[in-house]
Design a protein around this ligand. Sequence first.
Ligand SMILES: C[S@@+](CC[C@H](N)C(=O)[O-])C[C@H]1O[C@@H](n2cnc3c(N)ncnc32)[C@H](O)[C@@H]1O
Length: 286
Amino acid sequence: MLPDLVQEGLSERRFRQLASLIEAEVGIRLPLVKRTMVEGRLRKRAMALGLPGVDSYCRALFEEGLLDAEYQDVVDLVTTNKTDFFREADHFDILANTAVPVLLEARGTRPLKVWSAAASTGAEAYTIAMVLAELARGPHPGLAFRILGTDISTQVLEVARRAIYPEEMLSPVPPEMRRRYTLRALDPARRELRIVPELRQAVVFRQLNLMTASYPVDRDVDVVFCRNVLIYFERSVQQAVLERLCGHLRPGGFLFVGHAETSAGADLPGMRPAGSTIWQKVEGAA
Ligand SMILES: C[S@@+](CC[C@H](N)C(=O)[O-])C[C@H]1O[C@@H](n2cnc3c(N)ncnc32)[C@H](O)[C@@H]1O
């Protein structure tokens, strides 16, 4: 049989219906200019279900009771999960050289708690783990740490837990650290590296939607990274998410946001600027 030459598109009406759902549930704004992108991302799923296209898929979601069963797939598909090891590398220098020394004075020997709050496939959380492990080898012997990585997408969390990455994705990691903290696949043809068990054991990944009214996370976290997710949210949502996240920092704890998101953290109660994209919780703040 010949494949269909004309594929069914995504009508404006259906796109708007989907965009409203996503903004309400996930926080991500999807203006009309994103219609082609969304259509492209959902097409394979529609085809896998034997539907003629994305409009039929949306009809099935909203009018034929398919939404509950498909909800997680839709979320996985509409979220943008681009990430890198050592992305916005200055943050990791500041973490190592400014934040950790300050934090250790107050924390004593208790493990540092770090939260990567939009973790994607885990590159951010494992970068933090590598940086802290280096500090434990050098200037801060015995430094212990626990890292929590959360994301709304279950697909990326699976990758994060497996911790296997294409070799080229690890290229931003300094060679010495790459040797120390990754293992090569037994079959070299696979050109993959896996994060070593010692670091994997220090990182836990869980699903968490930043849009929920409260987060089931400890309230004495030392450092929160919330990078390159706020840009997708509307201003008031950015503010509400950051205020909730800061509620999980202990006094003296640090918040890092992405370089494109610096205005989002501008007026956070109980936080003082500690760099252009970094805030520190003031002592006595809730
Ligand atoms: C572009 S990635 C950023 C990853 C990493 N923080 C970095 O800077 O490299 C954004 C991540 O935010 C997640 N995300 C989007 N909306 C979310 C929400 N409401 N709650 C939790 N995670 C969300 C996406 O699934 C995606 O993995």
